[in-house]
Design a protein around this ligand. Structure first.
Ligand code: PLP
Length: 380
């Protein structure tokens, strides 16, 4: 008799991350030259830092690309520790913040567990949670009049018995930071609730992918709340998304829990060298942040003048409210016909009536501004 077959397939398929159409797909679909396609959906900066371009051109890294990167990324960790003002034993490196999210989910979300997400927020929190066979407890954010702040009381209730709480400040896709003191008071409540129930408090992840744009950070909260994990990335303010480098910052005992899940050498040799140099450089950050602030004000002002409802933002993207999903869909289609790719939100999403638009170069942003004026004047 043959043995009963064993299956390792997960009984439920996790939700998949949904990208916008690729450059190639947009060019083909709308008959536009591929170099006319501009990405307003990815919250990247349009121009990499000179330092990075020079290092790449020199093709001289601390080891040849025939070799693996150093297994402990020692120089990169030291540069990140100095930049974020934390200990080297409080950092773990990943291939972008996305790999860090994955490591956290693997380390702290058991199958059948649960994670809290103030929604809407970055889509990968749900993807990573569901990939672990855990469930999402979504807590709707307050409305635009309250800056889309998280509902602290609601998150507190949902966090009872949860393994992980995914926070993001400034939040993608809404563009604002949590109000002063909100995250601190949530952590206080979670610690008190866990103490009164005699259980371990949940891991609280604070994704600070956009923190440099506001110039403040809450990484210091790991002192008072030991189960805190902060996340940083080279992708946004450093304009180095293509290098794929991100970090978790947490107390050493939390880093030790994540370390077994880290793949060996997922960050490429050129990425290690360039991000190390970028983290040691003050000018890159200052230059790009100043540029984004000025360009965000110019872009928002021009879009408002064309009749669009642009929500306030402290990041390198803005949320635009078109009132209904149909209206947002029509504008998205008109932008795509011009090779301009906005971030759309699927039907049923709380922001289905909105589009998210990255602040890019003046030249690229002018094309969105022209499109908004065309639409206002009836030229679809
Ligand atoms: C909030 C947030 N976290 C993480 C990421 C992913 O960053 P990385 O490029 O470092 O993987 C993004 C990218 O858009 C993001 O918006």
């Amino acid at each position: 008799m043959s043995p009963t077959p064993v299956t390792f397939a997960s009984p439920t398929a996790p939700i998949a991350y949904a990208w916008e159409a690729t450059d190639e797909a947009v060019a083909e679909r709308y008959g536009i030259p591929i170099d006319q396609v501009a990405r307003f959906d990815l919250n990247t900066s349009p121009v990499p830092p000179d330092l990075a371009v020079r290092l790449l051109a020199e093709n001289r890294f601390d080891r040849p690309i025939s070799e693996y990167p150093p297994s402990d990324y020692r120089a990169l960790v030291a540069a990140a520790a100095a930049r974020y003002e934390v200990g080297a034993d409080e950092i773990i490196v990943g291939a972008g913040a996305d790999e860090i999210l994955d490591l956290i989910a693997k380390a702290f979300l058991p199958p059948g567990g649960s994670a809290v997400i103030p929604t809407p927020s970055y889509a990968m929190y749900r993807v990573d949670t569901e990939q672990r066979g855990a469930t999402v407890r979504g807590v709707p954010r307050l409305g635009p009049e309250a800056g889309f702040a998280m509902d602290v009381a609601g998150v507190r209730v949902a966090a009872r018995g949860s393994d992980v709480v995914w926070l993001c400040s400034p939040n993608n896709p809404t563009g604002l930071a949590e109000p002063d003191g909100a995250i601190e008071s949530l952590l206080g409540f979670l610690a008190a609730d866990a103490a009164s129930e005699g259980v371990e408090s949940p891991i609280v992840v604070l994704d600070e992918a956009y923190a440099e744009f506001v110039g403040t950070s809450l990484l210091g909260l790991r002192a008072a709340y030991p189960r805190f994990i902060g996340i940083r990335t080279a992708s946004k303010a450093y304009a180095l998304a293509g290098l794929r480098v991100g970090f978790a910052i947490a107390r050493p005992e939390i880093i030790d829990r994540m370390a077994p899940y880290r793949p060996p050498g997922s960050v490429a040799v050129p990425s290690v060298a360039i991000v190390t140099a970028a983290l040691r450089d003050d000018d890159i950050l200052a230059g790009n942040i100043g540029r984004v602030e000025r360009e965000r004000a110019r872009l928002s002002g021009a879009l408002v003048a064309a009749g669009w409802t642009v929500r306030p933002s402290v990041t390198n993207f803005v949320l635009v409210d078109f009132g209904t999903p149909d209206a947002a869909g029509r504008v998205a289609e008109a932008l795509m016909r011009r090779g301009l790719v906005p971030r759309t939100f699927p039907s049923g999403h709380p922001l289905a009536h909105c589009l998210r638009i990255t602040v890019r170069s003046e030249g690229e942003d002018d094309r969105v501004i022209t499109a908004a004026r065309d639409l206002a004047e009836g030229r679809p």
